[in-house]
Design a protein around this ligand. Sequence first.
Ligand code: HEC
Ligand code: HEC
Ligand SMILES: [Ca+2]
Ligand SMILES: [Ca+2]
Ligand SMILES: [Ca+2]
Length: 469
Amino acid sequence: MLELESIIKSRFFVLIFGLISVSAFGNVAPAIDPSEEYPAGSGTTSDLSVQAFSHPLSGTRGEARRTFTVGNSFFNLAWVASPSSTTTRDGLGPIYNAVSCSSCHFKDGRGLGLPENDGPTDTSLLFRLRVKGLGGELLPHPVYGGQFQPQAVIGVPAEGQTVVKYEKIQLHYNDGSLTELLRPLYEFIKLNFGVLGPDTVASPRVAPQMIGLGLVEAISEADIVRNEDPLDADGDGISGRAHWVTSTVTNSKALGRFGWKAGKPTLLEQNAAAFSGDIGINSPLHPIEECTSFQEACLKNQGQEEIPMDRLKSVTTYTQLLSVPARRDMYNPNVVKGRETFYKMNCIACHTPSFRTDSAAVVDVLKNQTIYPYSDFLLHDMGTDLADHKEILTNEEEATTYEWRTPPLWELGLVKTVNGHTRYLHDGRARSLEEAILWHGGEAQKSKESFMNLNKNQREEVIFFLQSL
Ligand code: HEC
Ligand code: HEC
Ligand SMILES: [Ca+2]
Ligand SMILES: [Ca+2]
Ligand SMILES: [Ca+2]
């Protein structure tokens, strides 16, 4: 076949396929509900400045408000090595990723993750490490532990450093226009405890934004589980399953909601794990730092209860009460058209527009709110390109190397204002919202193809819509 002919034929095929896949879904967008202007319900904040992610839900008063303020100070606190004259803030390390929560979740927003060009990765990007056990199951790395810590206090060797090299991938939209994605290839260098070994599965994760998390925690388990379709019974190619994880507090199974693989069931457990794994601050929930038996100096420098329960709880209240800013341009005709296309492309199969929070939530401003996170909080197979490893292996509780939790889409458009960048996805590889969509695969393959079949105007409308959320 002549080359041109083959191109025309393949375009034709893609076009037909695209038409089929769009019409096969063809969800019609419902009328816009005016309440959608307030994604966090009555607690929605109106500030759209660089501080937009740092406000408590409006209506937070009294004791809750005071605890929020205390939690805020511990979220921003730079921990120092012990012993020091200030015992309230020492205990850093012995190995760690960063000295404060806010150095990764800067301004309560999201981390950069990756540099523009080949080079060292940003502090806000951390790596979880697993190796294959004898039965094929994945276990924490015997030498480096479950997380890679590139920093250490004086006298203790850090684990090493991480660098990224990019591989360019070219992609053609069906209207012929060309675009380029950068595939990150990670390397571990300056390793202080020997090579990681070929069987190591490294899972890169960037710090996500902190907004609306208490509202996510206040959705009832039943409401999230209702959207599961593990065997794809309705045949739309999208399954989605709940991530049942073991709670370290109750020692029983609970619905995972937080983190890129929904590995943590509550904010308290997520925060305790962050203090321990990321900063080296242990608490009643994580009484020892994560040094392995190969890390002698680390073991010798372990501390005791460096953050007590009441302070851990104040940080948890802080993370529960951070608000979500109001929507922008909701009735702009381009945004409205983008919204229609978003529904048509079946993005809503995973990015569920709204939930109603439970009446049993801890604080009034979290109760009985209609919220608009645009996530089902379920795990989805997102395809090879986003996977942690070529093989499908279970690498975080029940979640596989191919699975990711649908992240909320609220306020992605404000990341630029708050954090000064437009990096998205679990490791920050997408340099724009458009690239984030183009990396979708697996269960989201059809939606991605529908996006690639749009013309330039329609694609821009979808982006306008995402920026308005
Ligand atoms: C080294 C960077 C880094 C530091 C320091 C850090 N985090 Fe995180 N944070 C992350 C990453 C990466 C994730 C995603 C984790 C995952 O997918 O398992 C995360 C996730 C979270 C989440 C869940 C958010 C969501 O949308 O599910 C919360 C809450 C959180 N961190 C709180 C904290 C607190 C509190 C501290 C300080 C004790 C802290 N973090 C320190 C990088 C960091
Ligand atoms: C099968 C479920 C599924 C479908 C369908 C889907 N998404 Fe996603 N989306 C995800 C998951 C899971 C991620 C996170 C992937 C990752 O970080 O590796 C994601 C991430 C994103 C992000 C980046 C979010 C962030 O915080 O970085 C955007 C933007 C996005 N999706 C938009 C869309 C649009 C637009 C569509 C329709 C064309 C769509 N998605 C369809 C599951 C889905
Ligand atoms: Ca410590
Ligand atoms: Ca480690
Ligand atoms: Ca389905």
